[in-house]
Design a protein around this ligand. Structure first.
Ligand SMILES: C[S@@+](CC[C@H](N)C(=O)[O-])C[C@H]1O[C@@H](n2cnc3c(N)ncnc32)[C@H](O)[C@@H]1O
Length: 747
């Protein structure tokens, strides 16, 4: 069939005159010159093919397919990805008999009743809908071009046209296998996942923290080279001590910072505007040393995905304190920017262009082949990235499917009673493919093969390198770890009305500067959010951290030696705004790691991290879109940090805090209305972790609705609360007075 003949047939079938784009014709001619014209098909076949494509592009069976799947789900029959694809294909073909066969195969007794309730459109109806759609749509030409090119593609013999685009004989195979065959070195899976266990054996007899840190940094640097792109590495950290002092969270902070920032690139790329970032930061931090801060460098590395808490005990009911030790598992993904073209997964053409970066390091492509059958309704080329291709491979490969029980066991990021073998099993099944090679470092052996993956074992050599540790004094840290030596003359107000509760309306740094050293017996707080909430005003992470650092320095000065500062913070999703402003810069923040680093610089030690387990809270981050396959699973984040800092000294005795607390979050929204008046209060039980264990005066520098002062009153200690917002001060005072009245009534 010639191009003119196909166009004429197309016009006849749709019932009006229309001309396809010239680019489609030229592409058709190029293909024909290589593999010849497509064979003639009957009028009916032509119309059937066209109608199938129209149904697909206009999504005509959307509701029907949903109805079908939902009806069958009510009878406890659920379909996997492949079956859902088959169902869609049968609907597009209008194949009721096929649908009935599929249901009978799944042992549904009244299959015919379900199928009888489905409406299938006739070709006349489909063409009618197409005409109606384009009549009302200014972009009708784009719709017709999208339908037409898919039709032309389907008229060629599939293997022949794909062989044309691959410049080689095409073998029917999954796209990922095709890539592996075409680029054997790049897509091999010899290093598809790695796991390192940091335990006492790595500390060895030297018990030297710097040695341990440089060993782990060296591992991360090497692993970044060895690991397959878009794959994962997990680091398990045992509870470790040096001279009786816990180093588990100190190590967590250092390795997370190193892993995510160790690569220094003088990046010349459209989305990176160092001069602008420098200017914004300089305006906020006037005494920044621009030479040391060197804003022309963009820091990158692994993407931080999550930190699991592996609790040795069974989780208790709400309110109970779970006092046990825990391991942590930090998970990173390698997303290294790669500009090499990936052919279109649908038509296999190399005529593709870089589109954007959905996330940093992951390039997305758009197919520009005019004949590609998988263009959008409005004729936009197919978009894809290597990350999406890996996920697609995961769902298409049935041998990698994850068992449902395992999915539910690892649904949250606080996990109970799992030994090392279960952790390895989890990582292997959730973050690698059947047939991959997985590398275990400093790990007990669980055999040479597991779940169809090959395992290798390596001891991690101790690596002493001062150069690696220079990272911790590199340009990156000089952009925010800066002491503000100025004294502000900002005014603040003491608005206390209740005995034993001092309340200040003002900036905590200004208020604290007016107070003597060594005044407080402890402090607890949850700092302002860097994002979203109404009081946020930080243009980038550097400015935020600079403030948190300088406020904490004043808290440190005013605490008695030996006193604790409990800091409740949460690694939410946001954009650091220090490489790119748009959504591609969003990711899981590493706030806990930053704060530990900065507070240690002030002089605090990090004694521990009390895990605030919030239970099965609602959230969308763990959705796997119904796919029980690797690379699709993200656990629901169900805890926050309560970082437990201590000012060195002996004036106050050490406190043994619980390891994990199970406290239900404050319910503030009821029927869409905030019944508490504050956007981010923490539960009073949380403040009482400290107030019930100390005497004297407790400080909360970011008091919000004054939960800490209320906790202090319940525990009969004094409190100092500082809050910048006048409105929150009024709210806090009201809540405090309410509590005092209630307490008074019961006395
Ligand atoms: C996360 S909220 C604290 C909520 C509090 N824990 C509660 O239970 O209500 C942080 C609070 O810090 C306040 N804030 C922000 N910057 C401040 C500053 N520099 N000095 C004092 N308060 C500040 C905000 O107005 C906000 O109310």
């Amino acid at each position: 069939m010639t191009f003119e003949y196909i166009t004429k047939r197309f016009e006849e079938t749709i019932g009006f005159n229309w001309l396809p784009e010239e680019a489609t014709e030229s592409e058709f001619k190029r293909v024909v010159a290589s593999i010849g014209e497509p064979n003639e098909v009957s009028k009916t076949r032509f119309a059937d093919l066209l109608c199938e494509i129209v149904c697909d592009k206009l999504d005509l069976y959307n509701k029907e397919i949903k109805f079908f799947i939902d009806t069958v789900a009510k009878k406890s029959i659920f379909f996997n990805y492949q079956e859902k694809l088959t169902i869609r294909g049968l609907f597009l073909k209008g194949d009721k008999a096929g649908l009935s066969r599929l249901l009978r195969k799944r042992k549904l007794n009244d299959a015919q009743t379900v199928v009888d309730r489905i409406s299938i459109y006739s070709n006349e109806q489909i063409i009618g809908t197409l005409s109606e759609t384009i009549k009302d749509d200014q972009n009708y030409d784009a719709i017709l071009n999208s339908v037409f090119s898919a039709l032309v593609f389907s008229l060629f013999e599939r293997d022949a046209i794909l062989s044309y685009y691959t410049h080689n004989k095409y073998r029917n195979q999954r796209f990922y296998s095709f890539l592996k065959e075409r680029y054997p070195v790049k897509y091999e899976r010899e290093h598809a996942l790695s796991i390192l266990k940091v335990d006492d054996t790595l500390l060895q007899s030297s018990r030297d923290y710097s040695l341990l840190l440089s060993t782990v940094c060296n591992y991360l640097q090497q692993e970044y080279k060895r690991l397959q792109n878009y794959c994962y590495t997990g680091i398990i950290i045992d509870p470790l001590t040096i001279d009786g002092e816990s180093i588990q969270w100190r190590l967590y902070s250092d390795l997370v910072l190193y892993a995510t920032k160790f690569i220094e690139e003088r990046l010349k790329i459209g989305y990176f505007h160092p001069a602008k970032i420098q200017e914004t930061t300089k305006r906020y931090i006037p005494n920044i040393d621009l030479e040391k801060a060197d804003f022309s460098i963009a820091n990158t590395g692994f993407t931080y995905k999550d930190c699991f808490i592996l609790n040795s005990e069974q989780m208790c009911q709400e309110g109970d304190v779970v006092a046990s030790s825990y391991r942590i598992l930090v998970l990173f993904q390698k997303n290294k920017r790669d500009e090499e073209i990936i052919p279109c997964p649908e038509c296999l053409s190399d005529n593709v262009r870089g589109n954007s970066y959905p996330i940093l390091g992951v390039k997305s492509w758009e197919c520009h082949n005019p004949l590609c059958p998988d263009k959008s309704k409005y004729n936009r080329g197919k978009r894809y990235s290597m990350s999406s291709i890996i996920k697609q491979e995961a769902i298409e490969d049935p041998s990698s499917t994850i068992d449902k029980n395992l999915l539910s066991e690892w649904r949250l990021d606080v996990i109970s009673q799992k030994g090392i073998e279960s952790v390895i099993d989890y990582l292997i099944r959730f973050y690698s493919f059947f047939g991959d090679t997985v590398h275990l470092y400093n790990m007990p052996s669980i055999g040479e093969e597991h779940a169809g993956r090959f395992l290798t074992y390596t001891d991690v050599p101790v690596h002493k390198s001062k150069k690696l540790l220079d990272f911790f004094d590199s340009a990156f840290f000089h952009r925010f770890s800066i002491l503000d030596v100025s004294r502000n003359e900002q005014t603040f107000e003491n608005i206390s009305e209740i005995d034993g509760v001092e309340i200040y309306n003002g900036n905590c740094r200004d208020v604290l500067q007016s107070m003597p050293c060594n005044r407080f017996d402890g402090a607890i707080t949850s700092p302002p959010y860097y994002n979203a909430k109404e009081y946020s005003h930080w243009p980038n992470i550097y400015c935020y951290l600079y403030d948190m650092y300088n406020h904490a320095a004043e808290v440190y000065r005013t605490l008695k030696p030996g006193a604790y500062f409990l800091y409740n913070i949460f690694d939410y999703f946001d954009n650091e705004n220090n490489v790119v402003q748009s959504a591609m810069g969003e990711g899981r923040m590493i706030l806990g790691a930053y704060i530990i680093n900065l507070f240690r610089k002030i002089g605090f030690t990090i004694q521990d991290n009390i895990i605030w387990y919030k239970g099965h809270i609602q959230g969308h981050r763990s959705t796997n879109q119904g796919n029980n396959s690797p690379y699709y699973q993200a656990p629901l984040n169900c805890y926050e940090h309560i970082l437990c800092f201590r000012k060195p000294g002996k004036q106050l005795s050490p406190i043994d805090f619980p390891k994990i607390v199970n406290i239900y979050p404050v319910i503030k929204i009821v029927k869409g209305v905030n019944i508490l008046g504050h956007t981010a209060p923490y539960p009073i039980q949380l403040a009482r972790i400290l107030t019930s264990r100390i005497k004297g005066v407790v400080l909360d520098p970011y008091a919000g609705s004054f939960t800490t002062s209320r906790a202090a009153s319940l525990d009969s200690i004094n409190s100092v609360s500082i809050e910048m917002s006048k409105e929150y001060c009024q709210l806090g005072k009201r809540l405090l007075a309410q509590q005092e009245n209630t307490l008074f009534k019961f006395l």
